[in-house]
Design a protein around this ligand. Structure first.
Ligand code: AMP
Ligand code: DBH
Length: 557
């Protein structure tokens, strides 16, 4: 058994040998990859960051040579601050160029970025820092009106392992990231390709988010495999419109795929058409990735015809199910090829192929990257179903993890004994091997690509003194696909509580805003299943029926 670290199960030796022999794992690290690209084409632009243009500044353009040199200097600075191999560093940055300087510096010294999202607040960040015993936390000063330095101050007071807070911009009480770089040093004990590169987050279905350990070898394969399928080469220009740390814009093929190909990454501070369309026009963007609600907004906005989007060849849409009707509108509205992508931070990524028939593109969520991605569709007893039947998707392969980080008890439930990951997705396969996502067995709400674990929100609501019991379920929504509805049973002796009070209570516990329930319904008791469990199926049906009543639907938002 190869152990990337003692903290997570690695790939069994026979599989690692197979993946190497097949040429999937190329024995390269992220640090080496960037160096090789910088040696080959130092003057080609790697990253364009237009953040300052809002204040009349020029966009920043870092070449491959510059990014490489910056990563070296930042790596030396981190080492000088006592951050070294195996240390965890929580990275919570908006879409700025420093994101890449930081993560490549960490990759080079073998410290592990933990990829937080800008939306995360005290509860999530405290958990990431405490659970990973992080040595450092890296934030922006202020982004989208939120002061991350204040958040960092609170986290630092709570988490004793956290030795440093580095801030992009004005540091306040912390250390400016700009003061960290130092003269490059020879890095002793650089990471090996089979070792861990970073910890990615799972949308999850449990009380706290789980961490996903990815190796250099396996993730780099998912990048070049994606590049081949998405037609990414050195002429490509990838617009990073979603939050850069998310697995989809990071790797499918994403910013890191683009850098792998020697292409150009353009960072969008926000994904809205008013920000993204001028960038597409000005920078000649050729591909980008969006979640379904944004893809809908883009197709509508493109009709205005105010911007020349003709450089755009490919629009990737994934993170949640893209409806067939919406999918059909992409090519006429944006003049590009739609590529559906059904992926997960745990590994497996599926794409429709650029030359698939239009019907396949609009009606399926694609097929796996690798010939060695093993796909099983099974029933509740893990028995394989006949071809074409709908069931649970299990998967194993050259870039899918064998276990979460420091979570042996979850791993026993989330993986089969022979190492298949239980995705929690309910799918069927077409005759061509394309996957159609039909539903979900995991207790999660997919709010337009943002995943909400029901149990996590239930735990927070249960902390309310008037709440006796709670069940969080999805409700249908035209725009996001799903929103969250919390069914609440109040304590008998409790004063009446209004739904706004429940929502406010959750928000004030310091959670990402997308996790605050969209709706709260009060009931006397929950419907039960045959064996006396809460029937979430019945609750979902009840709220869906209620929303179909015209008066209710109109007041929903
Ligand atoms: P995570 O494990 O948090 O990275 O989230 C991955 C999950 O997002 C998958 O297991 C699916 O449930 C969902 N997902 C991602 N892409 C799609 C898609 N194109 N269609 C339907 N569900 C998707
Ligand atoms: O939802 C996801 O996590 C996701 C979607 C598309 C993903 O991780 C990916 C592509 O790589």
């Amino acid at each position: 058994m190869i152990q990337p670290t003692i903290d997570a199960p690695g790939y069994p030796a026979e599989f690692a040998e197979r993946y190497r022999a097949a040429g999937y794992w190329r024995g390269e690290t992220f640090g080496q990859m960037l160096r090789e690209r910088a040696d080959r084409h130092p003057d080609r632009v790697a990253v364009v960051d237009p953040t300052g243009t809002a204040h009349g500044e020029e966009a920043r353009r870092w070449t491959y040579g510059e990014l490489d040199a910056r990563a070296d200097r930042m790596a030396a600075g981190f080492l000088a601050h006592g951050i070294g191999k195996g240390d965890r560093v929580v990275v919570q940055l908006p879409n700025v160029a420093e994101f890449f300087e930081v993560i490549f510096a960490l990759f080079r010294i073998g410290a592990l970025p933990v990829f937080a999202l800008p939306a995360h607040r005290d509860t999530e960040i405290r958990h990431f820092c405490a659970f990973t015993e992080a040595a450092a936390y890296i934030v922006a000063d202020v982004a989208e009106g939120y002061d991350y330095r204040v958040l960092a101050g609170r986290i630092r007071a709570d988490v004793p392992t956290l030795r440093h807070v580095f801030v992009v911009g004005e540091p306040g009480e912390h250390t400016a990231l700009a003061d960290v770089p130092a003269d490059p040093v020879v890095i002793e004990d650089a990471p090996a390709p089979h070792e861990l590169a970073f910890l990615q987050l799972s949308g999850g279905s449990t009380g706290v988010p789980k961490l996903i350990p990815r190796t250099h070898d396996d993730y780099l394969y998912s990048l070049w495999g994606s590049n081949e399928i998405c037609g990414v080469d050195e002429h490509s220009v990838y617009l990073c419109a979603l939050p850069a740390a998310h697995n989809f814009p990071l790797s499918s093929p994403g910013t890191l795929g683009a850098l792998y190909a020697g292409a150009r990454v353009v960072l969008a501070p926000r994904p809205s058409p008013d920000v993204a369309f001028p960038l597409i026009e000005r920078e000649g963007v050729t591909l980008t990735g969006l979640v379904p609600p944004l893809a809908l907004v883009w197709t509508e906005a493109a009709a205005a015809g105010e911007h020349d989007l003709s450089s755009l060849d490919v629009l990737l849409v994934g993170g949640a199910k893209f409806s067939e009707e919406a999918a059909r509108r992409v090519r006429p509205a944006l003049g590009c090829t739609l590529q559906q992508v059904f992926g997960m931070a745990e590994g497996l990524v599926n794409y429709t192929r650029l030359d698939d028939p239009e019907e396949t593109i609009v009606t399926t969520q694609g097929r796996p990257i690798s010939p060695d991605d093993e796909i099983r569709v099974v029933d509740d007893a893990d028995e394989d179903l006949p071809p074409g039947a709908t069931g649970h998707l299990l998967t194993r392969g050259p870039y899918t993890i064998r276990g979460y980080w420091r979570a042996p008890e979850h791993n026993a439930a989330s993986f089969t004994a022979d190492g298949f990951y239980r995705t929690g997705d309910v799918v069927r396969l077409t005759a061509t091997g394309h996957i159609v996502v039909e539903g979900r067995a995991k207790d999660q709400i997919n709010r337009g690509g943002e995943k909400v674990a029901a149990e996590e929100i239930e735990n927070h609501i249960l902390a309310h003194p008037s709440v006796h019991d709670v069940a969080v379920v999805s409700m249908p929504d035209d725009y996001l696909g799903e929103r969250t509805c919390a069914y609440v049973v109040l304590r008998e002796e409790a004063e009446p509580v209004r739904s706004v009070a429940i929502r406010k209570f959750v928000r004030e516990r310091g959670l990402a805003a997308f996790k605050v329930p969209d709706r709260v319904e009060f009931v006397d008791a929950f419907p039960q299943t045959g064996i006396g469990k809460v029937s979430k199926k019945d609750l979902r049906a009840a709220i869906a029926a209620r929303l179909r009543e015209p008066a209710v639907a109109a007041t929903q938002h």
